[in-house]
Design a protein around this ligand. Sequence first.
Ligand code: C2E
Ligand code: CA
Ligand code: CA
Length: 561
Amino acid sequence: MQLEVYEEQLLEGAKLLAQAKTVTDGKNAQAVKLVSDSLRLGGLRLNRLKSWLGGSIQSVQYLESGRADESGARRYAYQEEHGVSAEYELYPVKGQPAWSEEEKSRIEVFVLMLYQANERQRLTEDVDYYRYHDPQTRHTNMTYFSQRCEQYIKDGTIGNYTAMAVNLSGFTNLNLKIGSSNCDTVLVRYMDWLKMGLAADEVVSRISGDQFALLIHKEHEEQMLDKLRASEIRYGKNEPDRVCISAEAGIYQLTEGVDSYHHIIQAVCSALNVAKSSLQLQFSYYDPMTADASERKKFYEAEFEKALVNEDIHVYFQPKVSLKDYDLIGAEALSRWIVNGEIVPPDSFIPILEETTRICELDFYVLEHVCRSIQSWLRHGVQPVKVSVNFSRRHLSNDNLVQDIVQVIDKYKVPHRYIEVELTETTIDADFAALKKIVYGLRDYGIESSVDDFGMGYSSLSLIRDVPFKVLKIDKSFLGDKNMESDERQRSMMKHVISMANDLGMECIAEGVESMEHVQLLKENKCYMAQGFLFNRPIPQEQFEDILMQTQKEPADMATV
Ligand code: C2E
Ligand code: CA
Ligand code: CA
């Protein structure tokens, strides 16, 4: 039996882990024993292998240390899971002194199969390895870092760690000084040094060039900072082949509430930027309290256009009710931004959008949405209610605002009486003139305007005297707390405001109505329209449509569609 052929094939083929050699059983029969260190046969079933060889070969034994007694399938599964070695013993048919040519070639094929299976296994391992490792330093990479973060977030252990983004100081100069090949050695040794003494769950990964991301136990933080302050790294055999490396770092002491890898990396990188641009600071700590605002701002600015296109900004409706019969009489459209499945209230993003004219885009987006909804209600024979849309003060510089609004409403063939434009007070004279022009303009088209948050500004009285608002929305602060003396004054003011509005032929609606006491107070003061949590919070469109459907009494205004 010429086993050398197989041995050669196996060993030379690809530094194969399997071996083949002759074994002699008690009866002196020849057998081929193949041993594989980390065999995976992929989809190939051992039974099929057996039956394929079985025609001429008496038995194929599949063994692994100490588990030879188990059934083939179970052993196979065990081996798949644990990657233990496997042995195949091939016996010639009883009474036959040697392997026939046919048998030899079958064994040859079998050996090749082993080879291929092992090769495939090795390749898979290589792919896995390079997915998580940086080929140059052979240390872990960014993907590995992100995966660890996500894992610890999932396990609920992220609060045990401190994350760092580290940048080596003066590494470009070092390249010039000692050459890039020495620098490569420095890099690897430096990373080895950083990792020294860390536990298996701690991470030192290379982000790029001379930047690393670290995830270390909180109790190792000081020790790590010491290393980063200055470390001596030897890169050659000679005594002078040493360099002193120091590094800047952005540090984030993680808490349990941290919920995304992106946030971690963004936070440490922004802290690192602070350290890099500072002459005094080598280390900078990320402070969620101060950093959040600027990061939130960047996020909303960057994501806004996309959110409009993807309709991630939803339009909610808050019902307005009559205090005489509690009927639904209208609604206010309010924006909600859905970020990662969470509802972000407008106070978090409106002020940011108001810093630029982005807010104007949002208001028109909401107006379009509202018009589309009303059009659809009318089409389905549902009687709409008037819906008010907020228009920011930013629009006041748009000389064409009235036409722009009318154009949208007309595009959806919505009767103008179903739209109300909410505008806030203004204290600036130029704005005042613009506001007046707009409200007059809208009125000419049969579109009503309301003055929002009335009572918050200062020019309130001349505003309602000179601008033909149809509706006055009394700010929720007027309702105040019943037991406070200052609120007594507020309520007295409210009484006069309502009576003045009534005298001027304006409608009055109170915002922020939260209790029956509020309702009582409003009724006493002859304000019969309200909006507030007592009735409904702002709700998604479908929910609002349910309420709208319940109020249907008369046939819809089909004639105008
Ligand atoms: P706003 O125009 O005064 O809207 C009314 C706000 O009061 C809403 O807050 C609403 O949820 C809240 N509210 C309603 N009932 C009650 C109540 O009973 N108690 C209390 N405490 N609050 C109540 P929201 O939706 O958070 O909106 C805040 C502000 O954001 C709005 O105030 C408005 O100025 C602005 N906003 C919302 N969406 C838009 C929009 O699409 N465009 C513009 N320009 N501004 C918007
Ligand atoms: Ca409003
Ligand atoms: Ca308001």
